[in-house]
Design a binder for this molecule. Structure first.
Ligand SMILES: *Cc1c(COP(=O)(O)O)cnc(C)c1O
Length: 409
């Protein structure tokens, strides 16, 4: 490590020599900020709770000294910093519940590839001059998805993206290129714009509430409004549930046998890839309308396909405990009242929006983990609402029938 920049634990006072790598720092809570950045203890209007400012705890980079005689010390120090970081990753992973990532993987066999700068620059089907690539795996993965979404090998084009968002942007871009004058809007606008083609994004699982659009119903509506199949482009955002829906019997099937234009998924969510990535697949005929020299930056290695089986028994438990909660049809995202204690929110890494929070039941989430979480929630919650303090009303978010606030229970 003598030649490179090194890390120093700036914020930890006892990092030198013999500090305890197992020590886990207690995280201070961030102040609640108002719009103007002023601290405000208000309870009435909910402000966005910002995360901790990382700048107070980051590791600063130290330049190596010319005659560094303490290289051994520094290496020991760095090993200790990494050991502590690993420990905190293990601890944080144990309490991860709100974000739909599936850390249930062991890609140890791929560790031997860490020494290479593998990069699939450009089109997956055409080799570039850069030879350190993984196209042979990438195209195999794409073929698998093409089979899943029922499109012939010669009729599709796609690539491994860096994330689900990139697939969505790409899908909508293709739609716009196919229909430069297209209307990209909700179906109420269809009838008012019958002279123009339509570009739609169908959501296979929304981020916060896990709602699943009915693809078949959308297609039917388009047809009923007089839109023939060559007059609309549908992109399916399967980032969240794209790989769960094929296993849900009642779910409308995402398939290129239907008049859809493209589908994308996130690879680090359901499948459980250790690094962010995604898959985007569209029809070959569409990709030809894109200018040929757009440079697509593809992700990298191929991953084995992950597990299936996802359901949300947690929902019933919440209602049983008198906690407002909702589960959208076909979904594994349980929406419930935002825990009052930000420390609890941070501990369980719950994603919150306004008065609601959610738990996304991914394949790594075991019954034990859910039980542990629910017991803690029920126990802590009993101390949050005493006297005049009432649980929030979330009827607007989850419907009156799912709300157990003072007014609706
Ligand atoms: C997570 C998610 C995205 C974004 O995917 P990334 O892989 O994080 O970029 C887009 N849409 C929905 C519905 C999602 O759940």
């Amino acid at each position: 490590m003598a030649g490179g920049a090194e890390m120093k634990a700036a914020a930890s006072p006892n990092v030198n020599g013999n500090f305890d790598p197992t020590a886990i720092e207690v995280e201070p809570l961030p102040p609640v900020l108002s719009e103007h950045g002023v601290e405000k203890p208000s309870e009435k209007s909910r402000e966005i709770v910002l995360g901790r400012n990382v700048h107070t705890t980051c590791y600063s980079i130290t330049e190596p000294e010319v005659n560094d005689e303490q290289i051994g010390d520094k290496e020991a120090q760095m090993a200790a910093v990494l050991a502590r970081y690993r420990k905190s990753l293990m601890e944080r992973t144990k309490h991860h519940l709100g974000y739909p990532y599936n850390p249930d993987f062991d890609y140890g066999a791929l560790a031997q590839l860490q020494h290479f700068s593998i990069n699939n620059l450009g089109d997956p089907f055409i080799e570039s001059n850069y030879g350190v690539h993984s196209r042979q795996f990438e195209v195999g993965v794409l073929d698998w998805f093409a089979r899943l979404w029922e499109i012939e090998q010669n009729n599709y084009w796609g690539y491994i993206t860096n994330c689900g968002t990139e697939g969505n942007l790409h899908g909508i871009l293709v739609g716009r290129e196919v229909f430069p004058d297209g209307i990209f809007d909700l179906r109420v606008k269809l009838l008012a714009n019958k002279d123009k083609p339509a570009i739609l994004n169908v959501n296979i699982g929304t981020t916060v509430k896990g709602a699943v659009d009915d693809l078949d119903h959308v297609i039917q509506t388009l047809e009923e409004c007089g839109f023939s199949h060559d007059r609309f482009y549908i992109h399916c955002d399967g980032a969240l549930f794209g790989l769960m829906m094929p296993f849900v019997k009642r779910a409308p099937k995402v398939s290129f046998k239907k008049p859809i234009g493209s589908v994308s998924v996130s690879g680090h969510k359901f499948v459980g890839c250790p690094m962010p990535c995604g898959v985007q697949i569209t029809r070959m005929e569409h990709i030809n309308v894109l200018s040929s020299n757009v440079e697509y930056l593809a992700s990298r290695d191929a991953t084995t396909m992950g597990s299936r089986n996802c359901h949300a028994p947690i929902f019933l438990r919440l209602h049983g405990a008198g906690i407002s909660a909702m589960l959208n049809e076909l979904s594994s995202t349980v929406v419930f009242e935002r825990p009052r204690d930000e420390e609890f929110v941070r501990r369980w890494q719950l994603a919150c929006e306004g008065n609601i929070a959610h738990v996304v039941v991914m394949p790594n989430v075991t019954m034990e983990k859910l039980d542990f979480f629910l017991n803690e929630l029920v126990e802590k919650r009993s101390t949050w609402y005493e006297g005049d303090v009432q649980p929030p009303c979330i009827a607007a978010e989850v419907g009156k029938e799912n709300c157990f606030c003072a007014l609706h229970k």
